[in-house]
Structure formats: structure tokens, C-alpha cells
Design a protein. Structure first.
Length: 167
């Protein structure tokens, strides 16, 4: 009996979650007609708010990539870190964690150490660019948190990274 009640309640909640209301297009709609002169902003993506985590992630970029078994910063990574440093100087209220990641190849222990070297390389570069070391922490996830699943070079290249996570 209890199972039937729980099942019925779950079904009702599921159906309620699927119900949706028509989207409001702005302004009151009194008379059942809509104005043909309304401008729709639904199709135009809105820019994230200045100084928001979304702005950092979407507009600046939160990650840099590394070569196979490498932790040195390429010219491309350094350019990306310079953009990040400029943003971080503009918004000094943020503390952040630098996550070091690796692809699936290698042992767990080796990849944890390599991820730490990657995170430390990013930290040292940001400090050299004038970011206060007290705002940052490093952590290595090794191969434990892949961004892309797969066992090919395209997936591995996306997983060899350091990511800045704002707090």
C-alpha cells in the first residue's frame, strides 16, 4: 500500500514538472491579441554581467591547455593567462582555485603529480603578472575529472588542462 502511494505521488510530481506555462513576451496581454511590433530578445543571447563568474568563464576563458606529459606554458597559454590576469586585477574580490588535470594515460599517482605541476605553473605565472598569491589555491585532480570522455588524441588534448574556478 505504501509503495502505491509513493508511486502515485512520484507520478504526479513528474507530470507537474513536465507542465509548462507559455512564455511571457513582455507587457500585459489583455484581449487575447499580441502586438506585432514587439521585439523579441529570446533569440539574442544576453551577455553575462560584468564582473560575474559567467563573464570570466564565457568571455575571458577559464582554462589553459598543455602538451602530452608537459607542464610548461605555451605562448598560447601565456596569452590566455594574461587575459585572465587582467580580469582578475579588475575584480580583486574573487579568490580562486587552480585545478590541474591530465588525460587518462599514466598511473593515478603520476597524473596527480603532473596535475599539481600544471596548477603550480599557472599559479607562478599569475603571481609574476601581479596577482596576489593569497587569492589562489592549487589542487590536482590528475585524470579523475576528465572534461571529455574518450580515448583518442582529441579527448586527451581537452583533458590536459588547468582550470581557474572562481569562488
Amino acid at each position: 500500500m505504501r509503495f502505491k502511494i509513493v508511486t502515485a505521488l512520484a507520478a504526479v510530481l513528474l507530470l507537474a514538472a513536465c507542465a509548462s506555462k507559455p512564455a511571457q513576451t513582455g507587457g500585459a496581454n489583455t484581449g487575447g491579441t499580441t502586438s506585432t511590433n514587439q521585439t523579441s530578445t529570446a533569440s539574442a543571447p544576453q551577455a553575462p554581467a560584468a564582473g560575474s563568474v559567467e563573464e570570466f568563464t564565457q568571455s575571458v576563458g577559464d582554462r589553459v591547455f598543455f602538451g602530452f606529459d608537459r607542464y610548461d606554458l605555451t605562448a598560447e597559454a601565456q596569452a590566455q593567462l594574461q587575459k585572465q590576469a587582467t580580469w582578475l586585477k579588475t575584480y580583486p574580490q574573487y579568490r580562486f582555485v587552480i585545478e590541474g588535470h591530465c588525460d587518462e594515460r599514466g598511473t593515478r599517482e603520476y597524473n596527480l603529480a603532473l596535475g599539481e605541476r600544471r596548477a603550480t605553473a599557472v599559479k607562478n605565472y599569475l603571481v609574476a603578472l601581479g596577482i596576489d598569491v593569497g587569492r589562489m589555491q592549487t589542487i590536482s585532480y590528475g585524470k579523475e575529472r576528465p572534461a571529455v570522455l574518450g580515448s583518442d588524441e582529441a579527448a586527451w588534448a581537452q583533458n590536459r588542462r588547468a582550470v581557474i574556478v572562481l569562488q
